[in-house]
Design a protein around this ligand. Structure first.
Ligand code: GKR
Ligand code: MG
Length: 438
């Protein structure tokens, strides 16, 4: 089997005006759907980040991918110099502190590799008639658990003009409206764990929001908050103390402040106060080189993997095993995505024997109108995505929908996620991303 064609389909998908410490989401998020067509007539698919940079990196690999045997992934990894993630990263340049995921040149090799690896594995899975998580060594579970990923947001459901989408949640900039948002998420998806994207409002309001979620849903729903480094070390310590009860029992504090050193300091000071809240990270830990550092400093106890930029599905499985050996927890990070990524994440989670927390997903923030897989959106059962009894990823592309996504993309005036620009356009013309803000 050889790859005879690589097809790239840029996609624009509607997204609501969600807030984070990066700023404001634009009315459309960018993705890329990848197809590898083999000489056997099989087409493997994957989904990755969108916009100029990720597309250019895939384009640059085209001549190497076409003609490649889809099993020849190790040499493709070497060709892309994927091992750059073994290098020590003292300056934290590999972190996601300032750059949004998908834009860091230092994880480009791992990102590009992942997009091709997943499509190749999908093709191989179809060739041997095995679901992807079984193909890479067997599943640890039949369904992947996800969490309710709540966002402070302005009114609006994403999209623009005649393509504007229904706003199911309205403006959510208070504890009460976030509780209501969560209630709807749980009603619709039956999620069992809750994540609040923080770093948006005054810490007092965010503390109040977490307390309101605890009061509304009780301790059987573990809580986590992720301010994406918006807090100083001192503020992180104060919030850790204030939320010691609410973030215990399966919950965690995610990237409260910047850098592994900063998180290590917060952890040390909290432990001295008798607060053993666990820390998770997808900002300070983005690659294998960060894992031993995180462990050594006791800065992070739960690594948030992501097959899209950690180097694909087999790397995800290796990370699960590494975390288990090191006594670290494992969960999964997410950005806006379509159903192909949804299934990739589900297979990755099911193939990971050691997965200690429900994974993140932005999927509830996307709409049916943009879905590119045949049969419409992926269905959740009890807060989890079951692995279908189908080969590969278990989903195929709806080419009409794909063409609509390309058209939306072609009509957009931007080619890169820029939450600062959106914030200035719609909320505050003088907004700067200041870290720490509080
Ligand atoms: O979508 O605004 C967002 C998030 O902040 C996202 O960019 C992060 O990558 O979800 C992510 C996170 O957990 O940090
Ligand atoms: Mg995070």
């Amino acid at each position: 089997m050889k790859i005879k064609e690589l097809r790239l389909h840029p996609q624009a998908i509607a997204d609501g005006p969600l807030r984070s410490s990066y700023g404001l989401h634009a009315p459309y998020a960018l993705r890329t759907i990848v197809e590898v067509v083999t000489t056997d007539g099989i087409t493997g698919i994957s989904e990755t980040y969108g916009g100029d940079r990720p597309l250019a990196a895939l384009e640059a690999a085209r001549s190497r991918v076409v003609g490649m045997n889809p099993f020849d992934l190790t040499r493709f990894w070497q060709y892309l110099n994927g091992d750059t993630d073994k290098a020590i990263d003292p300056a934290g340049a590999r972190s996601q502190t300032m750059l949004v995921p998908g834009e860091n040149p230092l994880d480009e090799a791992a990102r590009t590799f992942a997009a091709i690896e997943i499509a190749c594995l999908d093709a191989i899975g179809q060739a041997v008639n095995e679901p992807l998580c079984d193909l890479i060594g067997g599943r640890a579970r039949d369904a992947a658990p996800f969490s309710a990923y709540l966002f402070y947001k302005h009114a609006g459901g994403g999209g623009t003009g005649s393509d504007a989408r229904e706003d199911k949640y309205g403006e959510c900039l208070s504890p009460e409206t976030i509780v209501e948002q969560c209630r709807r998420f749980i009603e619709e998806y039956s999620f069992r764990e809750i994540k609040l994207k923080g770093g948006v409002l005054d810490p007092e309001v965010e503390i109040e929001t977490i307390r309101a979620l605890r009061a509304a849903f009780g301790p059987s729903y573990p809580l986590r908050i992720d301010p994406n480094c918006a807090w100083s070390v001192d503020t992180s310590v104060q919030i850790g103390i204030a939320l010691r009860e609410e973030l215990s029992g399966g919950g965690y504090l995610e990237d409260p402040c910047a850098s592994l050193e900063g998180m290590a300091e917060v952890r040390k000071r909290l432990l001295a106060e008798g607060v053993n809240t666990l820390f998770a990270s997808n900002v300070a830990t983005t690659c294998f080189a960060h894992v031993p550092q995180a462990k050594e400093l006791d800065a992070v106890q739960i690594i948030l993997s992501d097959p899209h930029y950690w180097g694909g599905l087999r790397k995800q499985k290796q990370l699960s095993e590494l975390c288990e050996v090191l006594g670290l927890g494992l969960s999964m990070h997410s950005n806006n995505h379509l159903g192909v990524s949804m299934m990739t994440m589900a297979h990755a989670a099911c193939a990971s024997p050691h997965l200690t927390h429900a994974c993140d997903t932005h999927y509830p923030w996307q709409t049916e109108i943009d879905e590119v897989i045949v049969g419409g959106r992926v269905k959740f059962v009890d807060g989890a995505v079951p692995i279908p009894d189908k080969p590969g990823l278990g989903v195929t592309l709806d080419y009409d929908q794909l063409a609509r996504g390309v058209e939306r993309y072609n009509n957009l005036p931007f080619r890169k996620r820029d939450d600062t620009a959106e914030m200035r356009k719609h909320v505050d013309p003088n907004w700067e991303r200041i870290l720490p803000r509080w």
